[in-house]
Design a protein around this ligand. Structure first.
Ligand code: ZN
Length: 75
């Protein structure tokens, strides 16, 4: 599998993300504007990133379906 070097694109699954040197995800709650890092080391490469946001509940307000993206800043 080859990936284009176009900078920070939106990976489809965890395998794509890891191939670009990113191991964790950042979850952002659009309801209470809390963000936190999510370690996904236990999940397989084939896990779609978008699917995770629908399953994670915010620890602060309890809202499910947060925005989720690779934690590029920490790499
Ligand atoms: Zn929240």
């Amino acid at each position: 599998m080859a990936f284009p070097k176009v900078g920070k694109f939106a990976p489809v699954n965890l395998g794509h993300m890891r191939a670009n040197g990113c191991r964790d995800l950042v979850v952002y709650c659009t309801s209470c504007h809390t963000s936190w890092t999510l370690n996904v080391g236990h999940l397989s490469d084939g896990t779609p990133i978008k699917s995770l946001g629908d399953r994670i509940a915010c620890a602060r307000c309890g809202r499910v379906a947060a925005d989720i993206q690779p934690d590029w800043e920490r790499g």
